[in-house]
Every structure is written in structure tokens, then in C-alpha cells.
Design a protein around this ligand. Sequence first.
Ligand code: FES
Length: 163
Amino acid sequence: MSLEIEIGFTLNGRPVKVRVPPTMTAVSMLREKFDLTGGKLACGEGECGACTVKIDNRTINSCLMFAVDCDGREVQTIEGLGSVKGLEIMQQAFVEHGAIQCGYCMPGMIMQARYVVDQNAGNEHKVTRDDIARGLEGNVCRCSGYTKVVDAVAAVVLEEAST
Ligand code: FES
């Protein structure tokens, strides 16, 4: 019988409990135990950002985190950001600006984009296109350039600044 450890944490706003092997990564737990397949296991080495999720208000590469380390924390995945019927403003902006190519890296990229904009909310310094590009440099897209991605995030910055 293989060893499993029970952990409990908040997942997309609701408390959950799950049993996981000690060596399972957070991205694998989210995908395999909760069917939250937005975040992808791509490089598995912290290089591509496809597995980006938010944990306790910081984005992380969930391929580099053990599932057991989610215990007691607050985890948000792309599925907790918005829904198919009610896209969150960042998701909507990516759609409207044609920033989504094959879609593989987009959940991670949108999570990181949301984080970058949220980090700067309320700052007098206006988030520039360079800030956005820097904030997303850990998220790799192999389909396209990043111009439309930056366009989408810049549109959110503008829209949220005006509300
Ligand atoms: Fe985690 Fe690439 S799969 S950074």
C-alpha cells in the first residue's frame, strides 16, 4: 500500500480535503484529484509558467511545489478566476484582443497577468507595457508573439484605472 497524506486547503474559495502521495506535485494534484486541468504540466522545471496558479496571493509554478505544501493554504486556479458563462475581465480581454492562440499556456499566463495588475492596483505608477512584459517573462508561449497578450493586459490596466 502506498503512503498518502491527507491535507486540507481552500480551493477556489471552498474548503477541500484530499489524500496525496508525498511526492505528488501541486499541479498534478489539481489536475488529477480535482480535475482542474487549466494549469498544464509542461516543462515541469519552473521554466515555462504553464502551471501558474495563485497560492496565498502569490503566483507560483505549481510544478515546483509539492501538493502536501498546499495544506492550510488558499489556492486559486484559472477555474476559480471566472467561468465560461462569466469570464473575469482579464480572461475577456485575452479573448477580445485575440491573445489566445492554441490556448495551452493561456491559463497560466492569465493567472500571472491578473497578479501583475493586482500587484500594482492603487499605485500611482501606471503599469506600462514594459512592466507587463517583465511581469509575464516567466510565461512562455510557443505559438505567437506577445504583442496581443500585452495589448490585452494593458486594456485591463486602463479599464480598471477608470473605474
Ligand atoms: Fe511548471 Fe513549466 S510546467 S513552469
